[in-house]
Design a protein around this ligand. Sequence first.
Ligand code: FE2
Length: 252
Amino acid sequence: MAVEPVTIIQITDTHLFADNQECLKGIPTYQSLQVVLSDTANRFPYADAYLFTGDLSQDGSPESYIHLKELVEKLNKSCFVIPGNHDDLSNIKTFLTSDHVFLEDYTDVGGWRIILMNTQVVNEEHGFVSDRELKKLKTNIIDKTYNYLVCIHHPPIDLECFIDETRLRNESAFFDAIGTITGQVVVIWGHAHQEYVERRNNLLLLGAPSSCVQFKPKESVFVKDELPPGYRVLKLYASGRVDTEIVRVYGS
Ligand SMILES: [Fe+2]
């Protein structure tokens, strides 16, 4: 890694099943991910790393992680994963991590530190930053002038849609911690299956589409969005500049 800018691909909410023919809301999640990943490889062969921001699996099964591992190993890139509410952390460790797939607290690239959060509450849909995660976050942001990309499955803000019920519950602890940073901070999440962009001073808040089904924004109950699957691309400069875009993959 390291020619500027650093290029990062965010893939989220892949929702794979033990049976790779199964569908979520009518979309075959395995096949959809296959098409999305091949699009990333075609468009961004120079990508430095991939971030998978939770709900890697729909059923938490060993087989679902084995399917994911097979797909991501073909990328031949460093892939970092965090769990979502549907995931089984122990099965991630056993069946997904490898020489290419990492479950880490953080990684450093090109003047940026990427922090990987676990906001899973076992057997619950909503997210929460545990004392352990909060301590880890504070420990990993010692240099306040550095630039940070924070990966978190659950949105830490209201999106004014039904997903707000299951977003991060203790966001103030999270924002208090990252609010001490004077460098650039980018927070990326999944869970909501929809694009979101908001800038607050040195803080950039970003939601990304799922690699399978999309949720229609601003609805108080679940409504399927007919937008195609997609992913986020982040180009990070050591100066703190961030260029980012959503790529939608038609025909997936
Ligand atoms: Fe989720």
